[in-house]
Ligand binder design. Sequence first.
Ligand code: ADP
Ligand code: MG
Length: 253
Amino acid sequence: MSSVVRIERVFKEYLLGEQIVQALNDITLAIEPGVFLAISGPSGSGKTTMLNLIGCIDRPTSGNIYINEENVSQKSANELADLRSRSIGFIFQTFNLLPVLTAAENVEYPLLRRKDISAADRKRRVDYFLDIVGLSKYANNRPNQLSGGQRQRVAIARALAVKPAIVLADEPTANLDKTTGIEILKLMKLINEHLGTTFIFSTHDQKVIDHANRLVKVEDGTIKAFGVRSAKRKWNIARVRNLSDIAAENIPG
Ligand code: ADP
Ligand code: MG
């Protein structure tokens, strides 16, 4: 089966003053379409870096990243922006809504780049996705007139509005109380099941991990384990010992 995301021997270094920080250290990973994948690991382990690379917000220091089997590592900034506006939706820990825009305008925002979508179609999409996240009544509210959970629902609608193949969510529940966090996760799962959208989210919360059906554990910028959840909801975890283990064929289940 072809992968929706493929990461091949990726390294990412940051320069912090005089010091080189090795954020990702030889990551190889293939992600199948339609999964609900959790990237787990302690703070500083490289989760955000990995999501930013998959989302083409940042580039690897070396190695290749493929989105729908297309190598994105060589693309120009403009080509990447174009790819993002068609294939990738983003959800952030701090929601990242534009405070001066209403809920509906926030959802519409990423569509404005898409010259192929008419104003009428934009409006239809905004209405449709606000309805999916249960916020039709709040279309004209600004973010400061919404609760945290409602803000994250707007962010989910905004991510979905481009009809992306992949939604990337960086600790989407970290700024929400437990109950709201689980609600948001269940909503994401429902969308994953009904629309077939691949979800890749980072977390360090076991309750959040338990909703996933694929797991990638990272530590110090390397993958420590892969997990696949069976139909019986039992996790099969494969610990990574060396690079030859890191291949899709080796994932159990
Ligand atoms: P996580 O999301 O798992 O907390 P990150 O991907 O944010 O981890 O960070 C991985 C490592 O890279 C950490 O050591 C962090 O301090 C470092 N790092 C992340 N972004 C930068 C940056 N822009 N400049 C320098 N170091 C960074
Ligand atoms: Mg992070």
